[in-house]
Design a binder for this molecule. Sequence first.
Ligand code: CAO
Length: 569
Amino acid sequence: MAKKQVTVPDIGGAEAEVIELLVAVGDEVAVDQGLIVLESDKASMEIPSTAAGVVVELMVSEGEQLAEGAPVVTLEVDGEEAEETASERETASGESEESADAAGESGAPAEPDAGTEAPAAETTAAGSGSGGESVTPVPVPDIGTEDPVELIEVCVRVGDEVSEGDSLVVLESDKASMEVPAPFAGEVRSIKVAEGDSVRAGDELLELAVAGDAAAGSTGAGSTTAGSTAAGSTAAPANEAAQAEVPAAAPSPREPRAAETAPAPDADSKSGVYAGPAVRKLAREFGIPLAEVQGSGPRGRLLKEDLHQFVQRRMEQGGKTTGAAAIPAIPEVDFAAFGKVEVTERSKLDKLTASNMQRSWLNVPHVTQYDDADITELETFRASLRAEAEQRGVKLTPMPFILKACAVALRDNPKFRSSLADGGESLVYKHYTHIGMAVDTPAGLLVPVIRDVDKKTIWELAEEVLAVAAKARDRKLMPGDMQGGCFTVSSLGNIGGRGFTPIVNAPEVGILGVSRAEIRPVWEGEEFVARKLLPLSLSYDHRVINGGDGGRFLTRLVALLGDIRQLVM
Ligand code: CAO
């Protein structure tokens, strides 16, 4: 086992504050795993481990200001890793291990590379003498990694005059986001990149044009202000001698902008949002306004878990009150401000029904069709069975006839007992006829399912209607008693009303609402006659059922109830 120190790499600025410790002594860390989070006035960034090992010493504490080279942790690494690291160092710099350590070796990603020299090499003199113009390509500076990073924003347009230090583009990796500042003042002559491009150190970003005198001036300024700009260093154009000495602009860690963090207009224009680049990136991908998220990290720092919880809360809120995060919530009102109120807890069943209804209402495009069934003859027949019903010990209401008529109509219109599957790609046709029946109970609405309605007699159905309604009211239904339905009947006939629009019990595609039957005058060609009419309302899922299908189903149902002899056909 050998020891290895990890130090702060080039952070593109003077100092940054430790705002979070991501590891503790004894932790096992992997290469690239975040050790601490640093935050400057421009950005926050994770400092990754440069080796795999166990943390044996943590040399920093929260609130401390650190600069490049400051030791962060000491790791105990296995021999192989230590050897590799040592030989890498020797190959890279020719230094001994001690001298590398003394210099704060950290695998810091900011070694000079091709990009730093590119501007000088490619500067072209477009004019002549000191009064001419030079056009200088500006490359991606050293960004601390050889991997490509995403260019998420181009901050300038062709023709823009920029000052030294102005942001040209914004780059983002999963560890940091950074602005690339203008290495000198000039006019943007051409832009070689676009948002979404992957770029590496040395890739050309754009060309800046400077007048000869100005260029010379800016060179001077660049060399004298090196280290004091946001980037911490500058590059000068035009003057080759100067360029040879002055490093190219280092990227400036940045504070992400509103457009980047979330689509919400004020998402992060509010100051005080503490979030690392990975969190900001995630927030941007999901359109989460960071300013609305409560950070649970040290000093209110936003963690990925906070985003997860935010999304989860929004979804739950959607399920309970609005159905979807995108739907604006109904504002809470202080009703007590207007008079005496009483607040009661809703039953579990009530809340479950509410969320099922809302889910269906929001997912299913509903259409409701209305018609009246003439049940005069049916009622005469039912009345004729009263004595037998008493003998059998059952109450014969219109419900068994309605169920039976629905079974025949479902057989004749099989789409009504289908369900959507594969996200709408296919339809499942059921070859059974199980029908749910809404039961109004003191605890809330329950929908037991009566199986194989098509195979049962009116007497069997009458018994079962009574039995399941009693079971529902006594809260004795098992979950299986309420599953497997193909269609639902909801009758308010015993209560009253002329019609209503029932909500489809998805994934079923149809539901029949039954209202109170009453005797009404019906024109029969030459005169009005008194007939008993049963108002029916058929709601269906318009993704599956077309108006024509709905019309055929309802017309068939009306015909069946109007002439119950057809029920046996
Ligand atoms: N028109 C006129 N009278 C009707 C009728 C109708 N459409 N339907 C039933 N009735 C009569 C019955 O004949 C019975 O009369 P008698 O007592 O004189 O015999 C009386 O109303 C009570 O019937 P019932 O309710 O006991 O029996 P049912 O078979 O009609 O209904 C059940 C059973 C469980 C469906 C019903 O009791 C019920 O709970 N309905 C409410 C369903 C509901 O809440 N739906 C809304 C869901 S969406 O919010």
